[in-house]
Design a protein around this ligand. Structure first.
Ligand code: AMP
Length: 405
């Protein structure tokens, strides 16, 4: 084994981790610590054995255990499996890089301070990312560390796409603007799509990527650069998601406060945790569960899925404005990679672009299979599984070797 990168994705109550062997494109170890800060804090992991088999194990972490406890246990697992010496660099997913970071960087004190400065822009995520960085420094003091930002890919947006029609001073003084998220995923699938399109002698410069998972965002990509994206100042903006509302009328805030006695905190919970597919269906935020309920005649599930597809299609159509033309539409994320139903509904709503799906290919390209699902002559429709961990590993290794990103 060689060139192994430890990838850490520290969320508010979880740490996702993977050791990625770039030479063999395998993951000798991967797992997730979750429910951190609660009595149920636990860690699950899989180790790849010499025969290529994986065995999943789960262990409780100390009650109310936090990121540090998770990483301490991770270090023990790494040592037990004699993997410690193989790790060359640690790569961290960092949600908010503000305007400072337009690409991945080697972490030093200045970078840590800058990430900390962005805490107010991403209060749920950046402090957790920093805890991951601090813990990794503690347990791997000799290793270089790299930050890969969710926002960096969207720093190419032009002002007309990133500015809100608010007093300009709010942008200048407070940094209030569209930042966009899921950048690592959009950039990865766009690169993969370009490769497929070029191999198949198709134009590849005008792409729209739809990352549809629990969080959802759409991105318009021209000549490899993000030119518009649906998430905004926060990951709450844009299309309807699992539990997030996406765009709503900002006038609603006053109504909720004045007429319904909501507080800023309860509005945050309403829009982040109780809305989206869950809010409309009153059943689940899980697309699989909703498709099943819809097929059994559940009207609310049908309505939630209809609204979801409508938002996606409307945003995709609007993103042909900055592009001027469409070479390919790319689906990714848990829903985009696996739901033939959502893909076919979205494409039907985009009839104006004369897209047509192959029913057979739409069913074939699920559960990790990638490729083209359209039969029409014009823009292609592709399914490409995302791989944010791989991008983090690749960027980290390149920076370790002193290469430009
Ligand atoms: P992610 O956040 O990318 O892991 O995606 C999670 C979402 O993908 C959930 O809404 C799942 O229900 C959805 N998903 C996963 N597999 C399928 C499937 N086979 N059909 C429909 N949705 C799926």
């Amino acid at each position: 084994m060689s060139d192994i990168v430890l990838v850490l994705n520290a969320g508010s109550s979880s740490v996702k981790f993977a050791l990625i062997d770039l030479a063999s494109n395998t993951q000798p170890l991967s797992g997730l610590a979750e429910c951190l800060g609660t009595a149920e804090a636990s860690i699950s992991w899989k180790v790849l054995d010499a025969l290529g088999k994986e065995e999943k194990q789960t262990e409780a972490l100390p009650e109310n255990g936090l990121h540090n406890d998770a990483i301490e246990k991770l270090v023990a697992i790494i040592n037990e499996n004699n993997l410690s010496d193989t790790i060359k660099v640690v790569g961290h997913r960092v949600v908010h890089g503000g305007e400072q970071f337009i690409e991945s960087v080697l972490i030093d004190e200045n970078v840590i301070n800058a990430i900390q400065d962005n805490n107010k822009l991403a209060p749920l995520h950046n402090p957790a990312n920093l805890q991951g960085i601090v813990a990794a420094y503690h347990y791997f003091p000799t290793l270089k560390q790299v930050a890969v930002f969710d926002t960096a890919f969207h720093q190419s947006l032009p002002p007309k796409a990133y500015l809100y029609a608010l007093p300009y001073s709010l942008y200048e003084n407070e940094g209030i603007r569209r930042y966009g998220f899921h950048g690592t995923s959009h950039s990865y699938v766009a690169t993969q799509a370009k490769q497929w399109l070029e191999e198949n002698k198709q134009s590849s410069s005008h792409l729209i990527t739809a990352h549809l998972g629990n969080g959802c965002s759409i991105c318009a990509i021209k000549d490899g650069k993000s030119v518009d994206t649906s998430m905004g100042f926060t990951p709450l903006a844009g299309i309807c998601m699992g539990t997030r509302s996406g765009d709503i009328d900002p006038g609603l805030f006053n109504f909720l406060i004045n007429e319904l006695a909501y507080t800023p905190k309860s509005i945050e919970t309403l829009l982040n945790k109780e809305s989206g597919l869950l809010g409309i269906s009153q059943l689940s935020n899980d697309c699989r569960a909703l498709e099943k309920a819809k097929s059994e005649g559940n009207q609310q599930a049908q309505l939630a899925l209809d609204i979801f597809c409508y938002h996606i299609a409307k945003t995709i159509a609007s993103f042909t404005v900055p592009l001027g033309k469409l070479d390919a539409l790319i689906f990714t994320g848990g829903i985009g990679e696996n739901s033939a139903y959502i893909r076919s509904q979205v494409v039907k709503l985009l009839a104006i672009f004369s897209l047509e799906l192959s029913e057979e290919e739409n069913l074939n390209k699920r559960f990790g299979e990638q490729g083209c699902i359209s039969v029409s002559d014009g823009a292609k429709v592709l399914v490409i599984p995302t791989n944010e961990e791989l991008v983090i590993a690749q960027d980290s290794y390149r920076l370790l070797c002193g290469e430009q990103i």
